[in-house]
Design a protein. Structure first.
Length: 260
């Protein structure tokens, strides 16, 4: 069931869709509940051009992405790159929309959802909105970790809280690259669970941060919209990192850069 990955600057990006990924998640949950999981969590990264460029320059982070069970093309530039390398018909698998797709299935099939990340007030609003959107959805727990490195004792407490909640799916909203590193570091401690990094989806769905209009998303301009809304926080990310994606992609296409 697992789709192949296409290398984009050395980062493997899965040729997948919302429907396929939701079906795969459902199968993983069934395996977990039947006791057939392989002793570790599954984790899915949602990766845009920014994440891929970071992975290109940072080998440890690239390995975090490449160790994922699935990595989705979160932004249109990544989708266009995949199509240019022969993945015909590839569409965007956007973190916030993927979260809603998974919650819709979870409400139907009784999957238990845990929310990890963001501020306490954001989690409260987000939980209420998701339950209102998907009647029958079970949010079995939420956790807002502090904005610093956890002590070993705190980390163990968080792991125990997630396990005690009997969660099936954990949405992780800690921001890149922290959320991806957290999932890899905890996959052996959360056996059978399905972990998804969803970036800013918590803030979007809680109404704390405005999403870009659909026409901007479709045309790869979401970065510009977010930059105009949070220039102080995002200018380095988009102007010094993400802008490197097009020339690096071109170099791979021209075989100046080669990747397995």
């Amino acid at each position: 069931m697992i789709p192949p990955k296409q290398s984009i600057l050395g980062v493997g990006v899965s040729a997948t869709s919302y429907e396929q990924l939701t079906d795969i998640c459902g199968e993983w949950v069934r395996q977990h509940r039947a006791g057939g999981a392989n002793g570790r969590a599954r984790y899915v990264t949602v990766t845009d051009a920014h994440g891929i460029v970071k992975g290109f320059f940072n080998k440890p982070f690239r390995e975090v992405l490449n160790n994922s069970d699935l990595t989705t093309p979160d932004g249109m530039p990544v989708v266009w790159a995949m199509r240019s390398f022969g993945v015909a018909g590839q569409t965007r698998v956007y973190g916030p929309d993927l979260m809603l797709s998974l919650c819709r299935r979870a409400a139907t099939e009784g999957h238990r959802v845990f929310l990890y990340g963001a501020r306490p007030e954001t989690l409260e609003t987000l939980s209420a909105r998701l339950i209102n959107m998907f009647p029958g959805l079970t949010i079995c727990g939420t956790l807002s970790p502090p904005f610093r490195a956890l002590t070993p004792e705190e980390d163990e407490t968080h792991v125990r809280q997630i396990l005690d909640s009997r969660a099936d799916i954990v949405f992780v909203g800690l921001g890149t690259p922290k959320q991806e590193k957290w999932m890899l570091a905890h996959r052996d401690r959360l056996p059978g669970l399905v972990l998804f990094s969803v970036g800013a989806a918590f803030d979007f769905h809680a109404g704390r941060v405005e999403q870009a209009p659909m026409w901007m998303q479709r045309n790869g301009l979401e970065w510009f919209f977010r930059l105009t809304r949070e220039p102080g926080r995002l200018w380095k990310r988009y102007l010094m990192v993400t802008t490197l994606f097009p020339p690096l992609w071109a170099m791979q296409k021209l075989r100046i850069l080669r990747f397995q």
